[in-house]
Design a protein around this ligand. Structure first.
Ligand SMILES: *Cc1c(COP(=O)(O)O)cnc(C)c1O
Length: 360
């Protein structure tokens, strides 16, 4: 094997040649003064793509969710989140630590949904001085913790109708919302119309080196702009980044379908390998999560794969995650399957300690 096949995440993508070219030639200015024409163009484009009044370029998905949640909420408010969501599990508790916003978790189904009955039960009595004030519900689509499943727009429509009837707002962690749209074969607005604000990442499957977008009403984005400054996200000649973002949104969305095909092929191949547990029908986008049923630990498996030039992620005890992305082709998938066959052909060590999985 000549080079490493990195399937740990779609965050490992390299910027495309068109992105590097656009970055090289980008017209820039001081974006804190609102003077960067390329950032302004990206924010207009992004807002239009997701059907919102305004958008804000932020450094990361984490910053987008943080500024989004804190724009909706005051200190002492409470946000309802799913127990498997990124905001609750992988953002260092930021909305609570930095924003004084409590997180109230509810059960997440395998489809990435928070059952409406559970949402209703999580809303606190606003007249009761014992209670934090329930202000916001966060959804995630695609749902990373559920293996990249697409959350149905029809479900999201129900949540929004219920939320608005109960004086609540809805924020979408749409880090991979374009994967969801491509998998469904719909315009992304068919998804984002059901939320008041959305964060999406340009630095994952869309392959930009840096950057996420927070979009919502003009009023919300005004608040978010102040919060972005507060957390140190006011960037200067950020057009260098935004130029890649424009390419991400104009050239890199449709090709996500290739990643989904590669993920399917990988899943079907894995299903035929003894000791691997996976239902290929559950693979909907670019994320392939599978189980090791021969007692082998995820850490041992990942280390053995790495030794043979294929990087995957440990996703919990006996669970592995592989993510397809720009730069991974059909040959890489075939090579990966060969390496998995070779690794699974060697017996597991008896004392393999399960490792706790971190993921990006
Ligand atoms: C990656 C991810 C984020 C955070 O994005 P960063 O750019 O890594 O901060 C948020 N939510 C979900 C669902 C993600 O997959």
């Amino acid at each position: 094997m000549t080079s490493v096949i990195d399937l740990r995440s779609d965050t490992v993508t390299q910027p495309s040649p068109a992105m590097r070219e656009a970055m090289f030639h980008a017209a820039v200015g001081d974006d804190v003064y609102g003077d960067d024409p390329t950032v302004n163009e990206l924010e207009r484009l992004a807002a239009a793509k997701v059907g919102k009044e305004a958008a804000l370029l932020v450094t990361s998905g984490t910053m987008g969710n943080l500024c989004g949640v804190l724009s909706h909420c005051q200190r002492g408010d409470e946000v309802i989140v799913g127990d498997k969501c990124h905001i609750y599990n992988y953002e260092a508790g930021g909305v609570s630590v930095l924003g004084g916003v409590a997180m109230h978790t509810v059960h997440t189904t395998a489809k990435g949904e928070l059952p409406l009955a559970d949402l209703a039960a999580a809303v606190r009595n606003r007249e009761d001085p014992h209670s934090a004030y329930t202000r916001l519900v966060c959804l995630e689509n695609t749902h990373g913790g559920c293996g990249g499943v697409v959350v149905a727009p029809s479900y999201m429509a129900q949540v929004k109708a219920w939320a608005h009837a109960n004086d609540l707002q809805v924020h979408l962690d749409g880090a991979r919302v374009f994967n969801a749209a491509v998998a469904l074969g719909v315009d992304v607005k068919e998804i984002t119309q059901h939320v008041d604000s959305v964060q999406f990442c340009m630095s994952k499957g869309l392959s930009a080196p840096i950057g996420s977008i927070l979009a919502g009403s003009a009023d919300l984005i005004r608040k978010a702009r102040r919060l972005r400054k507060m957390v140190g996200g006011g960037m200067r000649q950020a057009g260098v980044i935004a130029a890649a973002g424009i390419v991400a949104l104009t050239e890199m969305v449709d090709r996500l379908a290739e990643d989904h095909v590669h993920a399917k092929v990988l899943a079907h191949g894995l299903a035929s390998i003894p000791g691997i547990r996976i239902d290929p029908n559950q693979i909907e986008t670019d994320i392939v999560v599978f189980g090791l049923s021969d007692g082998r630990s995820a850490g041992d498996f990942a280390a053995a794969m790495t030794a043979k030039g294929v990087l995957v992620g440990a996703f919990g005890p006996g669970k592995i995650r592989a993510v397809t992305h720009y730069g991974i082709d059909g040959n890489h998938i075939e090579q990966t399957l060969e390496v998995v066959r070779a690794v699974m052909a060697t017996p597991p060590t008896a004392d393999g300690q399960p490792v706790q999985g971190a993921y990006r």
